[in-house]
Design a protein around this ligand. Structure first.
Ligand SMILES: C[S@@+](CC[C@H](N)C(=O)[O-])C[C@H]1O[C@@H](n2cnc3c(N)ncnc32)[C@H](O)[C@@H]1O
Length: 197
């Protein structure tokens, strides 16, 4: 497994991405065509920037990528869509307001947010679930009808409730484990397809 991780690490380096997490989005893109040219994309938990760089390239100059993170740091996209960074905690109303001021509705909401892990598996999973619930709530105000969601969550207790909630909002819901995600990691991705406003 370490070999697989080293493979993605080296690949990311070679392709100029700051983190190998880019392949968790790229795999979803290849399988589900989440992002389309011209899309406006909201990227929650965007640092150090791999998803934002990738999304900006895919949606192209007619699109837009807005990234949010509690960590500062320069993200330099390489061509494609304009990129705006919002510094702050997306669970805060003031930060959500800044996002809305840049663009009120988006075609795609991607979230790779992860809580700072404590070593307590149960507590970390619950915190991840809380973040994913916030993402689902935000989707309801920020996604355009027909839009898509791709959201990381640590699988565990209550995860099926989250899936059930997503099913009330999207025409199709899938749970996806990218090959580039470590098998021993509990992270999985919830894909909400075609938001029903
Ligand atoms: C795994 S990293 C994201 C990697 C990124 N997708 C990339 O490809 O470079 C998770 C990020 O989520 C951010 N995060 C966690 N909770 C957050 C919150 N409440 N609001 C904003 N960002 C948050 C963390 O600061 C961290 O940078």
């Amino acid at each position: 497994m370490k070999q697989v991780q080293d493979y993605y690490f080296r690949k990311a380096r070679k392709e100029g991405y700051p983190a190998r997490s880019v392949y968790k989005l790229e795999e979803a893109q290849k399988k589900f065509s989440l992002l389309r040219p011209g899309d406006k994309v909201l990227d929650l938990g965007c640092q150090p920037g791999s998803w934002a760089i990738y999304a900006a390239r895919v949606v192209g100059s007619g699109g837009l990528v807005v990234g949010v993170d509690i960590n500062p740091g320069p993200i330099k996209t390489r061509g494609g869509a304009p990129f705006h960074f919002v510094l702050g905690d997306i669970t805060r109303e003031s930060v959500q307001e800044k996002v809305r001021n840049i663009c009120p509705r988006y075609q795609v909401l991607i979230s790779d947010m992860a809580p700072r892990t404590t070593g307590n598996r149960w507590a970390d999973q619950q915190q991840s679930l809380r973040l994913a619930r916030t993402v689902l709530e935000l989707a309801q105000g920020l996604l355009l009808p027909g839009g898509h969601l791709y959201c990381k969550v640590f699988e565990g207790e209550d995860f099926q409730d989250l899936v059930a909630q997503a099913r009330t909002l999207f025409a199709k819901v899938r749970v996806f484990k990218p090959k580039s995600s470590r098998a021993e990691s509990r992270e999985i991705f919830l894909l909400g397809w075609n938001y029903q406003d």
